[in-house]
Design a protein around this ligand. Structure first.
Ligand code: FAD
Length: 419
């Protein structure tokens, strides 16, 4: 038997996913959990799999605003109860305003879940809890977790090889969900357009003097947005996007000075804010891969796209990628097609790349609008926020986008919504 025919005959897996972060773990859980793809043998290669924290362990610094659509995905694969048990914080109000206005003034954009008959607008969750709950759901249903890193990918016409330090895994398809610096994307020869933003995000948890009341707040300052996201233990998670120099200062000053700076910059919207954690800064950039698919290879999550965190959309887009890819692979199997075929993967790439391009451009437009220092743009911006706030249909459109329930939803998520 030729080496090629032997590799096809003794395939180790059907799908090897590089990266067991939130997106890779979600894809694995969907593939092994949904009837259409249950027959696939799925492996997740992840060197640092997240564990559920022990009871009483403090909240991690990395949290995300999960949309209703993402919540549906977690519920569908049985991962949501573990996330709730660890203290997901529902938020039912979102307030957005400019630094020259008062926090609840006439030009504040205020979204209320009740206005659209929803119980909440989303949940603030710990990233590691989401990843751990999804990985547990995936392995419970038969996915194999390999605690190692992927070192290379070889793509052949009828199979792929995922190379780890001690094994060569033959598979029909490799999916790279290995984050924004995706090494697998580079091995597959997929380029893109990285555009660093002249901003870094400083992240910390603080205890507010006034209760956060289940509201997510964002104040647009001259150097970037400052967000205060509500946490289940009464604290707030700060995401302050600002110039890299300012971010470095915010990380370097002592706790008392940092607390004062955040309290002032937030216009005392929650009174005095007292820091309770160390601070970490993240560089911010925009990136879109030129394609999400090659024969026997696909990209998902931050490996495919990176967006500004100002609307908390990054992982929500990645989870939609996972649901869309699982759906396309399920349809391909039902039609007797090879799930690693470029015609199949091209359907996924066209679908999600188009949707993510629209969202990426919208977020970049928002970033540029608020970064523009011109006085007349500032006036237009403020009256624009007020206008959206007073216009029923426009406001509903934005709320649907924030909920993640607008656009071309994968069937699983549309079905879950109807139930
Ligand atoms: C400050 C900030 C705030 C944010 N807030 C929000 C928010 O509120 N809402 C939101 O939706 N998004 C938010 N995001 C974006 C969100 O964090 C990312 O979109 C999300 O973490 C991407 O998930 P992922 O699974 O695609 O990638 P990652 O989380 O980066 O996971 C990649 C995984 O791949 C693994 N890996 C890497 N290399 C290899 C290899 N060679 N072999 C095997 N595995 C490998 C890594 O160990 C990791 O576990 C925010 C981002 C920032 C910076």
């Amino acid at each position: 038997m030729s080496a090629r025919r032997e590799a096809v005959a003794r395939r180790d897996f059907d799908v090897v996913i590089s990266g067991g972060g939130m997106v890779g773990a979600a894809l694995a859980a969907l593939l092994v959990g949904e009837r259409a793809t249950q027959s696939l043998r799925v492996a997740v290669v992840e060197p640092r799999p997240a564990d559920l924290p022990l009871p009483g362990e403090p909240l991690d610094l990395r949290v995300s605003a999960l949309s209703r659509a993402s919540q549906r995905l977690l519920r569908a694969v049985g991962a949501w109860p573990a996330v709730v048990a660890r203290g997901a914080c529902a938020y039912d109000r979102m307030l957005v305003w400019e630094h020259s206005d008062a926090p609840e003034g006439p030009n504040t954009l205020a979204f209320e879940a009740a206005e659209i008959g929803e119980p909440d607008l989303g949940h603030i969750v710990e990233n590691r809890v989401v990843a751990a709950a999804l990985l547990a759901a995936a392995t419970r249903r038969g996915a194999t977790l390999l605690r190692t890193s992927l070192d290379d990918v070889e793509l052949e016409p009828d199979f792929a090889v995922a190379v780890t330090p001690d094994r060569r895994l033959t598979t029909r398809l490799v999916v790279a969900a290995d984050g924004a610096d995706s090494p697998a994307r580079a091995w597959a020869g997929i380029g893109g357009t990285p555009e660093p933003y002249p901003q870094a995000a400083v992240v910390a948890h603080l205890r507010p003097e006034a209760p956060h009341g289940g509201a997510a707040r964002q104040r647009f300052l001259a150097d970037g947005p400052l967000a205060l996201l509500p946490l289940a233990d009464g604290r707030v998670s700060l995401v302050w996007s600002t110039t890299p120099e300012h971010a470095a200062q915010l990380v370097a000053v002592d706790d008392a000075a940092f607390g004062e700076l955040v309290t002032t910059a937030s216009d005392r919207v929650l009174g005095t804010l007292v820091p309770t954690t160390p601070r970490v800064q993240f560089p911010l950039r925009r990136f879109h891969a030129q394609t999400y698919a090659r024969a026997r290879f696909a990209l998902a999550g931050d490996a495919a796209h990176a967006v500004h965190p100002l609307a908390g959309q990054g992982v929500n887009l990645g989870l939609l990628d996972a649901a869309a890819l699982a759906e396309v692979l399920g349809d391909a199997l039902a039609n007797g097609e090879d799930p690693g075929d470029l015609r199949v993967l091209g359907r996924y790439s066209r679908w999600r790349r188009a949707d993510n391009a629209v969202m990426g451009a919208a977020l970049d437009g928002l970033y540029r609008l608020f970064a523009n220092p011109s006085a007349w743009v500032g006036r237009a911006r403020r009256s624009g926020l007020g206008l959206v706030n007073r216009s029923g249909p426009l406001k509903q459109f934005f709320v649907r986008q924030a909920l993640g329930t607008g656009g071309d939803l994968p069937r699983l998520l549309a079905r879950e919504a109807a139930e």
